[in-house]
Ligand binder design. Structure first.
Ligand code: SAH
Length: 205
């Protein structure tokens, strides 16, 4: 059913569909929401944040055009669900979360699932340490008013970044930036709604 819904909405990449089928979304939602885990809707998680709608996860993953050797950065770990999907399709995922509670519980879930190519970092996605290196792909899963140059500059040649860009409260547009020989190519994809990307680590747990 889950696959059918995604296919019907236009997801066609077999590897993405397989990853969506293999990762149990019920492990990433609150116990009270388990029955709704395979409905195509976003759900609330701890710290006032959300796990994205499955279609949006599949769509963003498909747009990243992942290859097995890719090094991927995710900003906004949340539940860890998107990171688990990515982990099936690339070599290494670094995912960053500004709430310690969310980072810790995502790390525990990913370990339990055996996603051993994911590193969960508690920190600020606007301020990734230089030692983390550059990335073939970057996926931002929180709304940014604009895409900071610090992120595009860390894309490898031909690298792709996807981020929801727009006002913090309201509708944003999913934007795909590709690093080309001459600079950057920008394409607007679809309208989405994400929780805001906020600077700094959260002072609450
Ligand atoms: N990808 C997640 C959903 C993300 S919700 C999933 O699959 O469940 C967006 C997340 O981004 C929230 O958890 C929020 O705390 C986090 N976030 C917002 N601003 C951030 C920042 N500057 N650095 C790291 N994480 C951030």
């Amino acid at each position: 059913m889950f696959q059918l819904t995604l296919r019907r909405r236009g997801i066609s990449d077999q590897a993405v569909l397989r990853a969506m089928e293999e990762i149990p979304r019920e492990m990433f939602v609150a116990a009270a929401d388990r029955a709704d885990a395979y409905r195509d809707s976003a759900l609330g998680i701890a710290c006032g944040q959300t796990i994205s709608q499955p279609f949006v996860v599949a769509y963003m993953t498909e747009q990243l055009q992942l290859q097995k050797h890719h090094q991927v950065l995710e900003i906004g770990t949340g539940s860890g669900y998107q990171a688990a999907i990515l982990s099936r399709l690339c070599r290494q995922v670094l995912t960053v979360e500004r709430y310690r509670t969310l980072a810790d519980s995502a790390r525990a879930r990913l370990e339990k699932l055996g996603c051993d190519n994911v590193e969960v970092m508690f920190g600020d996605g606007f301020d990734i340490p230089a030692s983390a290196g550059n990335f073939d792909r970057t996926i931002v899963t929180a709304a940014m008013e604009q895409i900071p140059e610090s992120l595009t500059q860390r894309l490898e040649p031909a690298g792709i970044l996807i981020a929801p860009v727009g006002p913090h409260h309201g509708t944003q547009t999913l934007v795909r930036v590709t690093r080309t020989g001459a600079g950057f190519e920008r394409k607007e994809l679809v309208d989405v709604r994400f929780v805001p990307a906020l600077p700094g680590i959260a002072r609450e747990l």
